[in-house]
Design a protein around this ligand. Structure first.
Ligand SMILES: [Zn+2]
Length: 626
């Protein structure tokens, strides 16, 4: 008997597999000599099947020298793999394979601007990056597949693991048994017979591609193809799926893919690789991986399909510039799950998604979205579900809230994508771009929410007379971020029915407000529509109208002229705050004994509010100055 894990359980853990691999390399280039050239093109020519993860063949790096002169050319390749020979521009050369690098020594130095082709013949069984596994024993087939993010590409092919150096184009040739199919990036340019039992699949993509987005998947696939028809594209987008079989169990929600391509093309700009394809290769993952134009996917579930598809814009076409800025990829792909729910399911489903995202994010009350440099070798941290995905999505939602104009929000995203297309961006790049585009200064927002830690808790005290008066106090979950200055919405529910929601600036730990609503209010809610990642503290209703006397406390004379005296008969300390009629605090302090006074002679005539705080609670007095 087999127990099939439910899709929803898997979705909750989706992409957690990304963190299962061991750490090999740092965020920085593993050898400074890798900066001596720019990568133009990768060409892999590998033999493999689905019975093991043994591979053999060659990888070519075409590059252009970017320094005055080099006498050694370096590529990364795991020491675990056996190098058979190294060729530079079709000549066999001396090489050294150590420290997970191949150092090729040309006969004469290469000068700046010269192009080279460095080909490494190798074989072996990768200990990461390329796997041979089965999703469900005895049910789904063995698949050989790759998973290089964040820095495991060198474990299966010679490459330069530099996020900012995309290859202009990529060719992946896979020679395998002719009862198998092999999927990869771009278009299947050629399929040719090698011998009676062997076939070669030749894939090519003419789009700039980051090293970790190059992939292959090999298995006894069936092909299930469809087309998307995004508005504004005269042609259609080919959707090529390599699936376990054509049963409804395998295919799941795969037919949602076309509608999602159409939705995201409308919102984010045309699908970037429409001239090639989009597709999926099924593989034994508990989630998916957004390999460019050919996502590797464990199962077809709409939100998972949407997440990986959104990465084609946010991650592939436009890639994070450092792993510290993984938000550029995962924050926006995760927020695309919300957008999918909002556009294709319902606002209620989207609201539930955001509530769930917030509860994940609150599991890390001291965490930042930006990955600290000290943790950037920790793949668990880079792919933190709480911080990079869920809090990351919450940040995009708050940016949308601050822009407060969906047309502008989506237009900004489209322009942002085009500005950084085929290249990389950091959180800092996004901040500057968004500030310039919208005219909103996002500096404080990024300091508090991206580089800063945690989230705020808002508490509210309110009362009403002719106006509604309320005071908001803010605490935060991390002492490193003592204040969040995002404006907050308050919703006033009327006794007679109906409500009004108003957005107020909130940039002090304790801040007082008044608003004239002309109706009796029955309750006040903080951030009712859940725009802000926050906790709700206490909400205290202090009453209406009659502020004349608290027990055993006398505030007199009222009306007053030069001073008001406060008399009380206990010995505990009492703090006071005096507000003008707009609830701006004009003075505060601690009463000096049980018969103190507050000078009023310098203030204008009018209405004032005096609040007294003691351990017993808080009380507000309406004061008239004549
Ligand atoms: Zn993702």
């Amino acid at each position: 008997i087999l127990s099939f894990p439910s899709f929803s359980q898997q979705a909750a853990h989706f992409e957690s597999w990304k963190a299962k691999q061991t750490v090999h390399l740092k965020n920085v280039l593993s050898d400074p000599a890798l900066e001596d050239y720019d990568v133009n093109y990768y060409e892999l020519d590998l033999s493999a099947d689905n019975t093991s993860n043994y591979i053999e063949g060659s990888g070519i790096v075409f590059g252009e020298v970017s320094v005055p002169s080099v006498d050694t050319l370096v590529v990364e390749l795991d020491a675990n793999l056996m190098v058979d020979s190294v060729w530079l521009d079709n000549s066999s050369v001396t090489y050294l394979h150590q420290n997970d690098k191949v150092y090729a020594v040309p006969v004469s130095p290469y000068n700046q601007g010269m192009h080279f082709s460095l080909r490494v013949f190798y074989h072996g069984t990768p200990d990461g990056g390329l796997f041979n596994e089965q999703y469900i024993p005895f049910i789904t087939p063995y698949i050989t597949y790759t998973l290089s993010e964040p820095f495991h590409a060198f474990e299966w092919f010679p490459c330069k693991q530099d996020l900012t150096d995309k290859a202009d184009s990529v060719c992946v040739k896979i020679t395998t048994s002719n009862d198998l199919k092999a999927g990869s990036n771009g278009v299947l340019r050629n399929t040719y017979t090698i011998d009676a039992n062997t076939v070669c699949y030749e894939w090519f993509s003419g789009h700039p591609t980051d090293f970790y987005l190059i992939s292959l998947s090999i298995g006894p696939y069936e092909e299930f193809n469809q087309y998307a028809h995004p508005a504004g594209l005269s042609d259609s987008v080919f959707i090529q799926n390599y699936v376990y079989d054509l049963s409804s169990y395998s295919l799941g929600d795969v037919e949602e893919t076309a509608g999602l391509i159409e939705l995201f093309s409308e919102l984010y700009g045309m699908y970037p690789f429409a001239d090639e394809k989009y597709g999926h290769c099924m593989a034994p993952l508990s989630g998916g991986m957004e390999h460019q134009t050919m996502t590797t996917l464990g199962y077809f579930e709409t939100i998972l399909i949407a997440h990986e598809l959104a990465h084609q814009w946010f991650g592939d076409y436009l890639t994070c510039g450092t792993w510290q800025d993984i938000w550029i990829n995962e924050g926006f792909a995760s927020y695309s799950e919300y957008i999918t729910n909002q556009n294709l399911v319902s606002q209620a489903e989207a609201d539930a998604w955001m509530l769930d995202a917030h509860s994940y994010a609150k599991e890390e009350p001291q965490g930042s979205v930006y990955v600290p440099i000290t943790e950037v070798n920790d793949e668990m941290r880079i792919f933190s579900m709480q911080l990079s995905y869920k809090k990351g999505a919450a940040l995009v939602h708050m940016i949308r809230y601050l822009i407060d104009d969906d047309d502008m929000f989506y237009a900004m995203l489209r322009d942002y994508i085009q500005t950084f297309a085929n290249s990389t961006a950091t959180g800092e790049d996004f901040k500057i771009f968004a500030s310039n585009y919208t005219g909103i200064d996002f500096t404080d927002f990024f300091n508090e929410w991206y580089y800063g830690e945690g989230f705020p808790t808002y508490s509210l005290s309110w009362w009403q007379a002719d106006s509604v008066y309320f005071e908001v106090s803010q605490t935060t979950s991390s002492s490193n971020t003592p204040l969040f200055t995002i404006p907050v919405e308050f919703t006033f529910n009327y006794t007679a029915g109906g409500d009004t929601t108003i957005r107020f600036e909130n940039n002090q730990q304790i801040q007082s407000y008044s608003v004239m609503l002309g109706q009796e209010v029955s309750s006040v809610e903080i951030d009712k529509y859940n725009w802000i990642l926050n906790n709700e503290g206490s909400i205290n209703y202090l009453g209406t109208g009659n502020f004349e006397h608290a027990s055993n406390t006398f505030v007199y004379p009222n009306p007053c002229r030069n001073e008001i005296r406060i008399q009380y008969d206990n010995t505990q300390s009492i703090e006071y705050s005096l507000f003008d009629s707009s609830m701006r605090m004009i003075t505060n302090g601690e009463l000096n004994g049980p018969n103190d006074n507050i000078k009023m002679n310098s203030y204008d005539q009018g209405i004032y509010f005096l609040r007294l705080n003691s351990k017993e609670g808080s009380k507000i007095y309406k004061i008239v100055k004549n």
